[in-house]
Each structure stands twice: as structure tokens, then as C-alpha cells.
Design a binder for this molecule. Structure first.
Ligand code: FAD
Length: 285
């Protein structure tokens, strides 16, 4: 199928993109890698009246560590994350799991984050690591914690006249580790179940910060706050990670579908959460 008719604006600056987006209201969409938007337009699940292409805006491909953060600009592709030696922990672990080389070469991290597909991998990684989303609108910039940015299924916290310019992932300064475990039916597929884990350890090895988030088992990527709270202040152990796995399974709400039963997916959450935390602790140690 072909998409419905739409206007097309090739923006050359963020200000131009914001102005063009604001003009069209809800019916205008930013075009980044097009890897989610164009398939949706072809099957008429999305019918924007205007696309604002940001691919020609200089500077949005920034990928750097600055002020204790990894800055990932709006035009950083999944493949850039795979190739980069600036990534760490769960970020580094997740990058090669995003789809296949074709999609990774075009699709952007910020596009995936904006799309808020519960089967998308990046938002779980950002929830586990405590990242921020930077949005720009006509009145300037605002920094939105990822937990507030992900509102619901395919719904983010952006205003109509805002776009994401970058995400900022805190880079731990001490002992830390992370992992992303993903079960997929075939190479390049979306997750049947995936788990992102991030741990930071203090003096004596006690857990000072914990992040745990789930993909494909709830209406949106899910931060398992109960499990995180149970981990902080404790020494890493198999029993502790098993308890966190139980809490993660209880928090998830998977559905029966062609990929498997809800009960089986919950068991995968339980096992993957335990293993991802053990891997994170081992790499932190
Ligand atoms: C075959 C296939 C397999 C895939 N498998 C996976 C997978 O395993 N894991 C995974 O995580 N993803 C997967 N994806 C999705 C892929 O990661 C997309 O690249 C990503 O979801 C969207 O990024 P994009 O840059 O292509 O965004 P686009 O498709 O250009 O945009 C997606 C949405 O986000 C909005 N948007 C984009 N950029 C911005 C911005 N800067 N500010 C505000 N709004 C913005 C758009 O308006 C649109 O609504 C797959 C896609 C395909 C086609």
C-alpha cells in the first residue's frame, strides 16, 4: 500500500523543524530514520498531513561523553551505538539486539524512544539507567526524566510543537555493570521478552543504585520499582536476584499471542531478570 498524501518539509535547523511541527499540530510528524513511521504510513496506521524531515540538520548526530552523561543526539543511528566505544553496561549490551543491519543503519535511538513502542528495546535501557530526554520547543529546552517521558502505548510526553534533540544517559563514576537480555523468535525480531539491568556498587560491594526494566510484557516499557527498591542497600547474591526476578514477574502483564503464553513469558521475565542482575553484578565486581 501507499501512504496517504502528505506535505514534506526538509528542515535545516532545529528551530525550523519546531516551527514546521507547531504549524501542523497533531497531524505533523518528525521524520528521523523512518523505520517505524513509514511502515505505519504504508498500512495507514499513521496518516500525517505533514512530515518534517530532520535528517539534514547539522549537529544532531552528536554522540559524546560530557558532564557525566552520554549524549545521544536525535540523528544517532542504532548502528552508531553498536560501533561506539563510548557505550557501557546495558547500553552496550542492548545495541546489537536492535533489529537487523538495515534497520540499525537508518533507525535512530531518539526515534525509537519517541515512538514509545512497548516492544522497542531502548526505553527499557533508559529506564534502567535513569536517562533523561531533552525536548526543544518554541519556548526553549526542557529535560524530561525517561519515566515521565514514556506515558503509555505509543504515547510520549512531548507537546505538539516540541521535538527530541537528544537523550542523556548518566555515566556511572564508580563500580557499575549492566546487561540486556532479549528473547526473540528469529534474528532481527522484536522482543518476545527482554530485560534491562543496571547496578552500581559502593564501598564493600553494597548495591547503591539499581535499575530494572522490561520490554514487551506491558502496555509500555516497564520500570520495576519494587525490585529496584529491594536491591538497594543489599549485597549482591543469587537469593537477592531471585527475589528481584519474582517481583519483576509479578509486575509484568504479558498477553498470550503467537510468541507464547502469558504464563511462559512471565517465567522468562523471572529468569531473565535474575540472570541480567547477576551479569550486571559480575561485571561491576
Ligand atoms: C523490520 C523492523 C524490525 C525492527 N526491530 C526492532 C527491534 O528489534 N527493536 C527495536 O527497538 N526496534 C525495532 N524496530 C524499530 C526501529 O528501531 C526504529 O528505528 C525505531 O523504532 C524508530 O526510529 P526511527 O529513527 O526510524 O524513527 P521514525 O520511524 O522516523 O519515527 C518514529 C516515530 O517517532 C517520532 N520521532 C522520531 N524522531 C523524533 C524526534 N527527534 N523528536 C520527536 N519525535 C520523533 C516520529 O514522528 C514517529 O512518530 C524495527 C523496525 C523494523 C522496520
Amino acid at each position: 500500500m501507499f501512504p496517504s498524501r502528505f506535505d514534506y518539509v526538509a528542515a535545516t535547523s532545529v528551530d525550523e523543524a519546531i516551527a514546521a511541527k507547531g504549524d501542523g499540530g497533531d497531524e505533523t510528524r518528525i521524520l528521523a530514520g523512518g523505520q517505524s513511521l513509514l511502515p505505519m504510513m504504508k498500512i495507514r496506521l499513521a496518516n500525517p498531513s505533514k512530515l518534517v524531515d530532520i535528517n539534514g540538520i547539522p549537529g544532531l548526530d552528536v554522540l559524546e561523553r560530557v558532564n557525566g552523561h552520554l549524549r545521544v543526539g536525535a540523528l544517532v543511528r542504532h548502528a552508531d551505538m553498536v560501533a561506539s566505544d563510548l557505550t557501557f553496561g546495558a547500553v552496550e549490551s542492548a545495541a546489537p539486539w536492535i533489529s537487523d543491519p538495515l534497520v540499525r543503519n537508518r533507525g535512530t535511538v531518539c526515534g525509537s524512544v519517541s515512538h514509545c513502542d512497548p516492544e522497542g528495546d531502548w526505553n527499557s535501557v533508559l529506564l534502567a539507567t535513569g536517562a533523561d530526554v531533552v525536548a526543544r520547543g518554541p519556548s526553549g529546552e526542557r529535560v524530561i526524566p525517561i519515566g515521565d517521558f514514556v506515558v503509555d502505548l505509543f504515547t510520549n510526553a512531548l507537546n505538539e510543537d516540541e521535538m527530541v534533540t537528544e537523550i542523556r544517559i548518566p555515566v556511572p563514576s564508580g563500580r557499575s555493570g549492566g546487561a540486556y537480555l532479549k528473547l526473540e523468535r528469529k534474528v532481527g525480531d522484536y522482543a518476545t521478552v527482554a530485560v534491562a539491568a543496571h547496578l552500581e556498587l559502593g564501598g564493600g560491594g553494597v548495591i547503591t543504585k539499581a535499575g530494572l526494566a522490561l520490554t514487551s510484557v506491558a502496555p509500555h516499557n516497564l520500570k520495576v520499582t519494587d525490585a529496584e527498591a529491594a536491591l538497594v542497600g543489599e549485597m549482591p547474591s543469587e537469593a537477592l536476584f531471585a527475589e528481584a526476578g519474582e517481583l519483576a514477574a509479578a509486575a509484568s502483564s504479558p498477553r498470550d499471542d503467537v510468541r507464547g503464553t502469558a504464563e511462559w513469558k512471565r517465567q522468562v521475565v523471572r529468569t531473565f531478570a535474575r540472570r541480567a542482575l547477576a551479569t550486571a553484578a559480575a561485571s561491576a565486581g
